[in-house]
Design a binder for this molecule. Structure first.
Ligand code: ATP
Length: 445
């Protein structure tokens, strides 16, 4: 079916209902019995009925030609189900799906590969499945191999490949197919940083040529770079559709405890996904009566001699909500000295995921310092920072040091990557740092 006019994808009233066993699995033995009965077709007789499970409640989705759309949400919220329905690999229970243009989907990594064939044989096999004639593949072979960069492995059976190598090959074939609509389900996350950045550059060029891109990812950094719009799914329902930074904000709110969406309060004890367990649970901030949000610091990397230590950090507004680029962030830091100290400096910075410090303040450069007169005494430092930062995810660094010069210092206490900070909004400058400009003229000759 084709979608009319300027739509690449048009979904109307699309839903997905699965039939699942009504009875839960109580024990290993019980679940094996259930499995055998299901295989033998006896399930209904011995274990009662099946129940219906709404993996996706009826929703409409319109994606225009040349649009880049991300689908985000917690584990099990229905993202892959929706993507598979759009890709045509899963039939919707209700509704219609219209696609206008050639479509390629990178869903399950290497699903288009025969594991016994070599990489080279699979290039031809996969290319043919995606509609590339042999002659065209031959013409593009050099580019495919250059993109995949798997060297001699191309002559080895694909079963010997790592998931990263499978991704390299699969993505390289897609670059040769160059479809009008490309769908990717989380696949890029298995690539190494260098390959990811090559894919991102290719995708940026792909979008600039007016193509359509739809992806599912938990990687807010990546999706904010690539997608303009986002759909947030929550429990199989469309909780939001709109600007990508708003979608990312909502995604992060849903990952916070007690977040409310669509009238349903998420259960505090709901199991978090892997990403949650690692980072997000540590980051739940608490608001005090004065409106300060106490940051629950994630302390994994801490340096310094601890002569003075960082005890608590508060912010306004709440870092977990996402901070719009260009806004001021109020910070309050409680420190305590083990012994008197005449003078020390403090720093506050934002690193990107590669560890590069993108924006930072160090009081040494402004000749601002703090002193603590007696052992055990505490001090509260408050200040405000203007977040002239590119909208993306950052990791916060807070440090105390005695700086003699810019290059000669002694670390007292530095907590690296102690919180995630999502800077939201539209990009207002080019590159990593704004370059103030003045004196612009454009005159006729
Ligand atoms: N074949 C199936 N039979 C029954 N239930 C299914 C089936 N496939 C998916 N589900 C259920 O549908 C819901 C949505 O699954 P889906 O894979 O779309 O979620 P997701 O948002 O992509 O999750 P994740 O982030 O973990 O990949 C889940 O509760 C899942 O268990």
């Amino acid at each position: 079916m084709t979608a009319p006019d300027d739509h690449a994808i048009q979904l109307r009233n699309v839903s997905k209902v699965y039939r699942i066993p009504a009875k839960g699995r109580e024990s290993f033995l019980g679940s094996m019995t259930v499995m055998f009965d299901a295989l033998l077709g006896n399930y209904g007789k011995r274990h009662g009925t099946f129940r219906q499970f709404d993996a996706l409640e009826p929703l409409d989705v319109m994606i225009g030609r040349g649009e880049s759309m991300a689908i985000v949400g917690r584990n099990g919220s229905g993202k892959s189900t929706l993507l598979q329905i759009i890709a045509g690999t899963l039939r919707a229970t209700t509704g219609t799906v219209q696609v206008n243009g050639s479509l390629c989907a990178l869903l399950e990594l290497g699903s288009g590969f025969n594991p016994e064939f070599t990489g080279m044989e699979n290039i031809y096999l996969n290319g043919a499945m995606l509609g590339l004639e042999r002659k065209r593949i031959e013409n593009k072979l050099e580019d495919i191999l250059a993109f995949a960069e798997i060297g001699e492995f191309v002559d080895q059976p694909v079963r010997t490949y790592s998931s990263g190598m499978r991704l390299r090959l699969a993505f390289a074939v897609i670059t040769a197919v160059d479809p009008e609509i490309l769908i990717i389900d989380e696949a890029l996350s298995v690539g190494d940083a260098f390959f990811q950045s090559r894919c991102v550059r290719w995708l940026e060029d792909y979008l600039e040529r007016g193509n359509t891109f739809i992806c599912v990812s938990h990687d807010m950094f990546m999706i904010q770079r690539l997608c303009r719009r986002g759909i947030v799914l929550d429990d199989g329902r469309k909780a939001f559709e709109g600007d990508i930074s708003d979608a990312a904000n909502l995604y992060y709110r849903l990952h916070g405890k007690g977040a409310k969406v669509g009238g349903r309060l998420l259960d505090k004890d709901e199991p978090a996904d892997e990403e949650d367990k690692d980072d997000e649970d540590d980051l739940v901030s608490v608001k005090d009566e004065a409106g300060w949000w106490l940051l629950n610091l994630r302390i994994k990397e801490r340096t310094g001699n601890q002569q003075v230590t960082i005890e608590k950090v508060w912010t306004q507004p709440n870092l977990q909500e996402g901070i719009p680029s260009g806004k001021w962030l109020k910070v309050k830091i409680q420190v305590r000295a083990r012994e008197p100290i005449e003078l020390f400096h403090f720093g506050f910075g934002f690193r990107d995921r590669s560890g590069q410090l993108i924006g930072g303040y160090h009081s040494f450069y402004e000749e601002k310092s703090v002193a603590i007169e007696s052992a055990g005494q505490g001090k509260i430092i408050t200040c405000e920072f203007k977040l002239d930062l590119k909208p993306q995810m950052y990791l916060l660094v807070i440090g105390l040091a005695i700086n003699h010069t810019a290059d000669d210092w002694q670390d007292l206490d530095c907590i690296w990557d102690c919180a995630k900070v999502l800077v939201t909004g539209q990009e207002t400058f080019w590159g990593l740092a704004p370059l103030p400009m003045r004196g612009f003229t454009a005159e006729d000759l």
